[in-house]
Design a protein around this ligand. Structure first.
Ligand code: ASP
Length: 756
């Protein structure tokens, strides 16, 4: 039976393999910049790139990588001026914009523009990190772990990695990290420099920066001006420093010149940034887990909380501001998972994975070198340990993204459980002061009624869906007592907790003596929170750790075998939040039957979507005025003001804010999203369908200049008119070897600018 099944797939498999190796080669992949020369620069140049690998990534001279910033460790930003100005998405700077906002000074609604350096707003904890160099340390690590397996191998790798990191970051102000690639078949060390004083310079109103809201998120056509502007500050020697009034704007090694001509459809594009996670090598059973268990459960949990939060935000301006960033975090992934499931099902990803595994089995068996049963063994792991992973998924949804009271209450466990020893050690007062400060921050963005309704909506789902491993008995008691009614269960918890009311909590913390710990130890929110955390630690963590450990080992074997058995493909390592470059072109797609996505949108579309007073589609008066005047000046492309455009660049979360560059490395846009069908590309990239969405850089500048009147920021940038320079030698940019803008090029750019 098994062999019949195998032969039945021989023909379609051949077609499948061809399809993958040929049409994917052009666009699939997130390449490590230091490997371009060896792996992919030829393909990039064949696709239109006019630069060398050294222009993009160099350790000897300034290169494009010196303008790419890991923004706050999550998003990407890029340097766009010689005074440390950086550009990222509005949704990446959202929590900073929100934290400076209040009902009286509502930067979310009205936007914010600093008129001069002194008005730029500091952001505690926000960092901007540059990559200094990337080194392949595979041999160094493997030789230290030679002949070892399992935990021993892990330990040897760790020791060797620590030694290399210590050496690379010794006394130079850099940090370093070593990450596994290809599931531990390769290791690279990334040496980094992190700046700690990053200030908010400008943000458009949300009616521009978040235009279309959740309705348009992950959708095309798109008209979102998803950008915000920050500036990196350094000490007098241009080194990273904590915030200080004495700090000065950072002088970068490279800043991106701006392409003022715009692209034509099919023009080469590349996106340079820090993509978060992809999982291209998942087996069919792992994909089935995502489609059949994880995504439906996570989707239901978030639907429950969003129903409550959306309604609350509509009901009050205070809640709208308090919950703006939280709502975005929850809804973004929620809608993404729906699109991912839709795309993977429509593209028949499970069947394709199964066919591939069949081919793998045959080749592995024929090789005599690799285990043909690795996919089965991985499948067996999901059978045996799937519940641990599923319980963990629920913990993330309920504890980390659900009612905030859990996370908040759990912060008090140290004081509650170790009151006496903290007191004896003289540490109690300090701890209590810290908790008071944390309470101040927490309650600034907290609404008790909203939080309790989130719990009421999610608790029944959690109790019905989560594997018993993670459900603390205290929650089952409520379920029995209140017959599973969410409102009654949540009502009971919020009625009797001190963690939902700031005054009550501060009063408690002001008391002296053990009353504090006694009260906390019997608080219902605290008991539920610690119950979950204890259950995770006692019942789930070990099983999950065994699952991940075994899965990691098998995946290492599987990926090594795939790369050996299918040598025709140019392999790229899955995204892991390290610096990558991806390339494609400006192009639309045909996502569904009888439907076509054109490659760019224009300001006309904003006017067409305009619904006065609507949460997602209201348009600022000034933008309407600019639209009716149609005075786009140098920001027009062929007479139109383009807003967003599509490309076939392979991106994922973390690429938010990444620069979209043209063939010469000039900035043409700012990556911020993918079309809904494209979200499957985290697991399987389909070149016909997967498209990333970028905001056109000229729309960004138009908003900065004509809408906000912040032309002083435009003056800092280097605007380049490539068409006028077409006859000139193609250079990386208009910087000289030291990275300074040359006078000649400045004059040329100014002259061209003047005639537009
Ligand atoms: N908009 C996306 C995000 O926020 C970026 C992407 O995944 O393409 O994660």
């Amino acid at each position: 039976m098994k062999s019949l099944y195998r032969f039945a797939f021989v023909l379609p498999l051949a077609v499948f393999t061809l399809f993958f190796s040929d049409s994917l080669r052009a666009h699939e992949g997130m390449w490590i910049p230091s490997t371009l020369q060896k792996l992919v620069i030829g393909d990039m140049q064949a696709a239109g790139l006019e630069l060398s690998a050294e222009d993009i990534y160099s350790i000897n001279q300034s290169s494009i990588k010196d303008a790419i910033v890991h923004f706050g460790g999550g998003c990407t930003a890029e340097v766009i001026s010689r005074k440390g100005l950086i550009l990222t998405n509005h949704h990446c700077g959202y929590s900073q914009i929100q934290s400076h906002s209040s009902v009286e000074q509502d930067y979310l609604t009205d936007g914010f523009w600093a008129g001069e350096f002194g008005e730029e707003l500091p952001n505690s904890g926000l960092t901007a990190t540059f990559v200094v160099r990337i080194e392949d340390v595979t041999d160094a690590l493997n030789s230290a772990a030679e002949g070892l397996e399992g935990m021993e191998r892990e330990a040897a790798l760790r020791i060797q990695a620590s030694a290399l990191i210590a050496e690379a970051s010794n006394g130079n102000g850099y940090t370093a990290e070593i990450n596994p690639y290809f599931y531990g078949n390769a290791f690279y060390m990334v040496v980094k420099e992190t700046f700690r004083d990053v200030r908010l310079v400008g943000a458009p109103p949300s009616s521009i920066g978040k235009f279309g809201g959740d309705t348009d998120n992950w959708e095309w056509p798109r008209h979102t001006g998803d950008f915000s502007i920050f500036r990196i500050y350094a000490d007098a020697d241009n080194n990273p420093a904590d915030y200080s009034e004495d700090n000065v704007p950072y002088t970068p090694k490279h800043s991106l010149p701006i392409n003022m001509d715009g692209l034509k459809p099919d023009d080469y594009t590349m996106v340079f940034g820090f993509p978060g996670t992809t999982e291209q090598f998942l087996t069919s059973d792992a994909v089935a887990y995502v489609l059949e268990r994880a995504n439906p459960a996570r989707k239901a949990m978030r639907e429950a909380s969003l129903g409550v939060i959306d309604a609350a935000m509509l009901s009050s301006d205070t809640i709208r501001i308090q919950y703006a960033a939280k709502q975005s975090r929850i809804s973004n992934a929620h809608k993404k998972w729906i699109g991912q499931t839709m795309g993977l099902e429509r593209f028949d990803a499970l069947a394709k994975k199964r066919k591939f595994e069949e081919e793998y089995r045959e080749k592995a068996a024929a090789s005599g070198e690799f285990d043909p049963e690795v996919p089965e063994r991985l499948g067996a792991l999901y059978e045996e340990f799937g519940d641990y992973a599923f319980a963990r998924d629920y913990l993330i949804e309920f504890y980390y993204y659900g009612p905030e009271i859990f996370r908040f209450a759990e912060q008090f466990s140290d004081v509650a459980q170790h009151y006496d020893s903290l007191s004896d050690a003289g540490l109690l007062e300090g701890q209590i002061e810290k908790l008071k400060a944390s309470a101040e921050r927490h309650f600034k963005n907290y609404n008790k009624a909203t939080d309790s309704r989130v719990m009421a909506a999610q608790l029944p789902l959690f109790l019905n869906g989560c594997p018993e491993l993670l459900v603390p008995p205290v929650l089952r008691d409520y379920e029995r007592k209140f017959k599973g009614d969410g409102l009654l269960m949540a009502g009971e918890i919020y009625k009797n907790t001190v963690f939902a009311d700031k005054d009550e909590l501060i009063k408690l913390l002001g008391k002296s003596g053990k009353g504090i710990s006694k009260t906390i130890l019997k608080d219902p929110a605290y008991l539920a929170a610690t119950g979950m955390i204890d259950a995770y630690r006692d019942e789930v963590m070990e099983g999950y750790g065994m699952f991940k450990g075994a899965e990691g080992e098998l995946m290492r074997e599987y990926v090594k075998a795939i790369m050996a058995l299918f040598p025709d493909k140019n392999y790229w390592p899955d995204a892991n939040s390290t610096l990558r470059i991806t390339f494609g072109k400006m192009e639309g797609s045909k996502p569904r039957d009888a439907m076509k996505y054109l490659p760019y949108s224009t300001l006309e579309g904003i006017a067409q979507k305009y619904i006065p007073g609507h949460r997602d589609f209201d348009v600022h008066e000034r933008l309407l005025e600019l639209h009716s005047e149609r005075d786009y000046g140098k920001y027009a492309t062929d007479g139109e003001l383009r807003v967003c455009f599509l490309g076939s660049n392979h991106t994922t979360g973390g690429n938010s804010g990444s620069p979209a560059l043209d063939a010469r490395g000039h900035l043409v846009g700012l990556n911020f999203d993918r079309t809904w069908e494209s979200t499957m590309s985290d697991i399987m990239f389909n070149p016909e369908i997967c498209r990333n969405i970028m905001v056109d850089i000229k729309y960004v500048l138009f908003i900065v200049d004509k809408f906000a009147g912040a032309s002083h920021l435009i003056d800092e940038m280097e605007l380049v008119y490539a068409s006028a320079k077409a006859d000139a030698e193609v250079t990386l940019n208009t910087h000289d070897a030291d990275g300074a803008v040359t006078d000649k090029d400045r004059k040329l750019a100014k002259a061209i600018d003047a005639v537009r």
